[in-house]
Design a protein around this ligand. Sequence first.
Ligand SMILES: C[S@@+](CC[C@H](N)C(=O)[O-])C[C@H]1O[C@@H](n2cnc3c(N)ncnc32)[C@H](O)[C@@H]1O
Length: 319
Amino acid sequence: MKLDLREEVLSGYTDIFGLHYNSILACLSTYFNDSTIVELGTLYGAGTSALAYNKSNTVYTYDIVHQSKAATLFEKEDFKNVNYIIGNCIKGNWSDTRQNKTDKEIFLSSEIIFMDIDPPDGNVKGEQEDKVLNFLISNGWKGILVCDDIGTEWIDEFRDVEYSTLPIRKWWDSIDLPTFKIINKYSSPTGTGIICFDNQEVIYTPLTKDEEEHVINKFCHNPANWTYSPIQVPIDRFNDGGFEVREGHLKGVTGTWEETMLVKVEGNVGAYDNGITTYPTKLDEKGVRIVPKKIIILKTWAGELTLVDEWGQVRRIRK
Ligand SMILES: C[S@@+](CC[C@H](N)C(=O)[O-])C[C@H]1O[C@@H](n2cnc3c(N)ncnc32)[C@H](O)[C@@H]1O
């Protein structure tokens, strides 16, 4: 089976899913009908929406953490084909039962699995990924495994050594099956790849030099990536709601910032007064639940980052 992910095909999905791997996922969902698709790592359901694009398929999406944003999304008529499963997609040796089927039955009956299971600190090392891979190989699965965060060399320039993508890149290179590392306008800057377990073949349009630069720029301009920055990111925030990075390797990056205050706590998340932002509560060493009172959101054309007021992640911000 030839899976065509060339530009002329993927560009048909950008109106809905953008220049993002979600366009790849939506496109792949059209290669199968009346089939099962599995997602490992739901978060807010962005990838799930793409996998659920072809309504004849049934999507099972797993996450350890329940997100009300995802649950609300899946209540919509458009996502009747989505089953939201809260649970560890690896523990339990695939024998846990969900809606009368074991995880093993769900996984092995699928045509596509999308694996995007970062640990809480975002530091993907390949341990969970390797367990899933071995489970699928040892059970003779024949589908395609789409993987996010398989690492890229250039990204390591922006990361502390402990966040290097080398371990996951080594894992990827050790896979003894046909693999396709997708580097195009849609692939994730942290690396997107497809592993074919049968006779599938992936074709795609590689990036030109300009486009590759665009991908790297996009990565640099997304404040969510600065949390891994090896040096402090000094930011000037202005009263008109703009900000600018004045020094360092991100010098010249501009965007907007806004502040929002805690309104209420629902379950394990704090809800903020802009009506959109939520932030997970954390337990301190005494087991007391901490909810940040004030949240700052940094936005650029490439992405956004929600920070608690202590600036722990972007480290140094001047008002
Ligand atoms: C990067 S996010 C997923 C993003 C999502 N696929 C999307 O397209 O927006 C990673 C998610 O994996 C979940 N996760 C990590 N390990 C997991 C596991 N063993 N079982 C289920 N979920 C897991 C985390 O809770 C987190 O929500």
